[in-house]
Ligand binder design. Structure first.
Ligand code: PXL
Length: 275
């Protein structure tokens, strides 16, 4: 039977991130993808001014109740950018009530980058998202998010013992499997640190010296598609990293496109070659 994914994150109507990235990417991997929008924004919140936000906290319980009444269940639940503290308890309810017994919950604790929280967030929001770490089967933080979640000071330069400390603190907070993104010990590289039943592993690849919004969502969605296709955590993280690099490379020559990456023309062939 085909697998069903539910992704809960915002709809940034313009900007190739969150749901508008997750829906095409997971679908092209071959999985039915349902969406639960946490909020509707005109654009993402970093890089655009005067964006609009409409929170959907009041609508979500009604949607959950309808799905429960219909007996709808999911094989995977992927949570990204939420927006409000009130969404956290709804996430826990969905995990408990709408996930199949052998289903799994992937949390990308989208909160910030480059050592800073995104504009909509503060310490109370961090505290609320921290509650989700122990609920998730897999977490996909970047280093900024991992530092906010663990209370460890964010550093741009670090060594392996600093990163192992971050991983250990996430495990103390109840994390089970971790893919910590954006990690390398040499400036011209980046990479991912994996923690799962095989212990601690790290792979690196070349770093492209330009950052775009939305790449974390492209990463998480590709990771999920690969993971659902019977790849382990390490392989899925490598496939996701490869796709993000390709998408960035496909965007670099377009000076008018700096708000996210042009992943669409690459998606079908990439999935065919990597599934
Ligand atoms: O790509 C992450 C993301 C998702 N949704 C919204 C955002 C961001 C990052 O800034 O602002 C609304």
């Amino acid at each position: 039977m085909g697998k069903k994914v539910l992704t809960m994150q915002d709809i940034s109507c313009y900007g190739q991130c969150s749901i508008t990235a997750a829906l095409p990417i997971i679908s092209v991997w071959g999985y039915e993808t349902a969406i639960l929008p946490s909020a509707i924004l005109s654009t993402h919140t970093s890089g655009f001014k005067n964006f609009t936000v409409h929170d959907l906290s009041n609508e979500i319980p009604k949607i959950i109740n309808h799905w429960k009444a219909e007996g709808i269940k999911y094989d995977a639940f992927y949570v990204g950018y939420l927006g409000e503290i009130s969404h956290v308890d709804l996430v826990i309810q969905i995990k408990n009530e709408l996930l199949n017994k052998d289903g799994f919950f992937v949390l990308d604790p989208v909160m910030g980058d480059d050592g800073k929280l995104y504009p909509a967030f503060n310490d109370d929001y961090v505290k609320a998202i921290r509650k989700l770490i122990k609920e998730a089967d897999i977490i996909l933080p970047n280093l900024t998010e991992a530092c906010f979640l663990t209370g460890i000071e964010y550093k741009e330069e670090y060594d392996e013992s600093y990163i192992k400390n971050v991983i250990n603190k996430l495990l103390e907070l109840g994390a089970k499997k971790i893919a910590l993104t954006g990690i390398a010990y040499e400036k011209e590289m980046t990479g991912v640190v994996i923690y799962d039943e095989n212990g601690y592993q790290h792979f690196t690849h070349k770093r492209i010296n330009k950052s775009y919004h939305g790449t974390g969502d492209v990463y998480a969605s590709t990771f999920l598609g690969a993971y659902l296709s019977n790849n382990d955590l390490l392989k899925s993280a490598k496939i996701a990293a490869k796709f993000v690099v390709k998408a960035i490379e496909n965007t670099l020559d377009d000076p008018n496109h700096n708000y996210s990456v042009k992943f669409e023309p690459l998606l079908a062939d990439f999935v065919k070659e990597n599934r």
